[in-house]
Design a binder for this molecule. Structure first.
Ligand SMILES: CCCCC/C=C\C/C=C\C/C=C\C/C=C\CCCC(=O)SCCNC(=O)CCNC(=O)[C@H](O)C(C)(C)COP(=O)(O)OP(=O)(O)OC[C@H]1O[C@@H](n2cnc3c(N)ncnc32)[C@H](O)[C@@H]1OP(=O)(O)O
Length: 245
């Protein structure tokens, strides 16, 4: 059982959602061992939570359109892919994993990714992450829903920390594979209005063996106002780490 689990884990890890390369993201449907696996390791049609929906305000759509345009670099002869890529975002870490049959015995079937656990559009975390692999950085457009209130009319510091962890962790995972947060340092500079849209910029500082140092800034969408600054340390792990191996 444990050996099977580790085998499935190894299969999963190389296709971990936080480590999805652009190629993996844009790959057409794969057929492996008779299974149809669009967007492998996920099931054929999981909902991509980072696509525009009716709850997105004009500012959120504007940022989405801006970065989406940067994803498509068109020349006269061909349509090339730009340095930016929009990452898909699902509400399960492992349930949709094709190799997850053994893992699913260990992971609760009702488990949902914290930031994607509300089906209601706009209630909590609305966000989309655009990755620039060449520059080892990413930008997230985040619209904070009414369930994220902390100080009256403003976003809870824990919700902001959650988004910083998510964005910096996604960058680290995208660059090196599975990671866990070891340290997160946050300075809250100015409150974020509930319902407002901010940009969460994250960039790689340096790699030191298993350690990935990442910085983060949360700003207004025109970048004139700084809301939050953070640094994060991630450690590369393998799946066995989660099972005490
Ligand atoms: C296979 C796992 C996949 C996990 C994927 C996660 C999510 C995937 C799904 C979708 C998510 C999508 C987006 C979000 C992505 C990410 C955000 C969420 C991430 C989290 O929400 S995650 C939960 C909170 N997180 C924890 O629950 C960690 C608990 N903790 C541990 O599990 C261990 O503690 C660990 C792994 C951190 C290290 O353990 P370890 O045994 O691998 O490494 P070790 O201790 O040997 O340290 C090696 C070198 O790092 C230095 N070092 C270690 N810790 C340090 C610290 N705090 N400060 C300064 N330096 C530190 C040492 O000093 C040494 O340095 P040196 O090499 O120079 O001596």
């Amino acid at each position: 059982m444990i050996r099977s689990c580790l085998k499935a884990s190894r299969t999963f890890i190389s296709h971990c959602p936080v480590a999805l390369s652009h190629d993996a993201v844009s790959q057409p449907v794969l057929v492996r061992r008779g299974l149809s696996m669009g967007l492998w390791p996920f099931s054929a049609s999981p909902r991509d939570f980072s696509l525009p929906n009716a709850s997105w305000n004009a500012e959120m759509r504007q940022v989405y359109d801006h970065y989406t345009a940067l994803c498509e670099v068109k020349t006269e002869d061909s349509e090339e892919t730009g340095p930016w890529h929009k990452l898909p975002s699902y509400n399960r870490s492992l349930k949709h994993a094709a190799g997850g049959v053994y893992l699913s015995k260990l992971i609760q079937s009702k488990a949902r990714l914290f930031t994607r656990n509300k089906k209601e559009y706009g209630a909590a975390f609305e966000y989309v992450i655009f990755m620039n692999k060449q520059e080892k950085r990413c930008v997230c457009a985040f619209q904070a829903g009414h369930l994220l209130e902390g100080p009256p009319g403003h976003v809870h510091g824990g919700a902001i920390a959650t988004m910083i962890d998510t964005v910096t962790g996604t960058l680290a995972g995208y660059l090196v594979g599975p990671v866990m947060t070891a340290n997160l340092n946050i300075n809250y500079r100015s409150p974020i209005p509930l319902g407002g849209v901010v940009l969460i910029h994250s960039a790689l500082d340096r790699l030191e063996g298993k350690k990935i140092f990442v910085n983060c800034r949360v700003t207004s969408t025109d970048e004139s106002k700084l809301h939050t600054e953070a640094t994060a340390l991630f450690i590369s792990v393998n799946m066995g780490h989660l099972f005490g191996m």
